[in-house]
Design a protein around this ligand. Structure first.
Ligand SMILES: [Zn+2]
Length: 283
């Protein structure tokens, strides 16, 4: 089974007219003010999955600074999950700084069929994972037992819109604080995956997974073999659609000649286990 763990979808009206949202969210403006920056609907995503031979995708909105916009966006994702049952696994976005409001909104979504939280963007939303203000929110996700997917970024290297400051050290502290939290650290955890060669980091990160979103823009393809050595069985293939087209990604990964079991785990096996797909017939 091929599962794309990292895709963003928007309501068609927002794709058709993004200007009002550029004005009201600084981070959205950073990422989407360029008209070339693609936005996609659930229909676009399903069409792309069909062409690329992707069975299921984890789909989510954009982590707005405003909780009201997060709520609206989640409603769209929930509707898309219902329309494309069996194809989309929805995650909810939220503004953790709103504390109990964000918790209530996420609970509402999870009770209706969404399966996780993310991709949250601390820099865009105005917090770090170390902040006292967001701990009650993280704790509630850990207790609920669903994955939390956070944007992460490398310290070194080129800058890009939306890069931010969610580095390996901060993510390691988050994992230490919540050992039971299933943390999905996007973009290889900004390199946290490679620090799992340190025994104490590996121990603290027992429930941390790494998605490969946008890897084609960040790393040499050798990254897949290296990550498998550093953090075996913890990579989740994610494209970051519509930023990257899944077919491009799949072609490159399949050309690497990874061991068949490693490739199968990367492209969907680990995701299916994490999302507990075998326990539920509906997704
Ligand atoms: Zn990201």
């Amino acid at each position: 089974m091929i599962i794309d763990f990292h895709t963003h979808i928007f309501p068609p009206e927002w794709c058709a007219r993004r200007e009002p949202y550029l004005d009201c969210d600084r981070w959205f403006c950073t990422l989407y003010s360029d008209p070339q920056a693609r936005m996609a609907t659930a229909e676009d995503l399903i069409g792309t999955m069909d062409r690329a031979g992707v069975d299921k995708a984890v789909a989510f909105g954009f982590a707005w600074a405003d909780e009201g916009l997060c709520r609206e966006h989640n409603a769209y994702v929930l509707d898309a999950v219902r329309r494309y049952q069996g194809r989309l696994v929805g995650f909810a976005v939220a503004q953790p700084l709103t504390g109990h409001q964000a918790i209530a909104d996420v609970e509402w979504c999870l009770d209706r069929g969404l399966r996780g939280v993310g991709e949250l963007m601390p820099d865009g939303q105005g917090y770090t994972w170390d902040d006292d203000d967001v701990q009650v929110f993280v704790q509630s996700i850990a207790q609920r037992g669903v994955p939390l997917l956070t944007h992460s970024n490398e310290g070194p290297g080129h800058t890009y819109p939306g890069k931010g400051n969610v580095g390996p050290a901060m993510l390691h502290r988050l994992a230490q604080r919540y050992p039971n939290l299933t943390l999905v650290s996007a973009h290889w955890g900004g390199g946290l995956a490679f620090y799992e060669l340190m025994p104490e980091v590996r121990a603290a990160c027992a429930n941390v997974y790494y998605d490969t979103a946008a890897s084609v823009y960040l790393y040499d393809d050798a990254v897949y073999r290296v990550a498998e050595q550093c953090a075996p069985g913890k990579a989740l293939w994610g494209s970051d659609y519509p930023l990257v087209r899944p077919e491009r990604y799949l072609k490159r990964i399949r050309a690497l000649g990874l061991a068949p079991d490693v490739e199968a785990a990367l492209l969907g096996g680990t995701a299916a286990r994490l999302l507990r797909l075998e326990e539920t017939a509906d997704v």
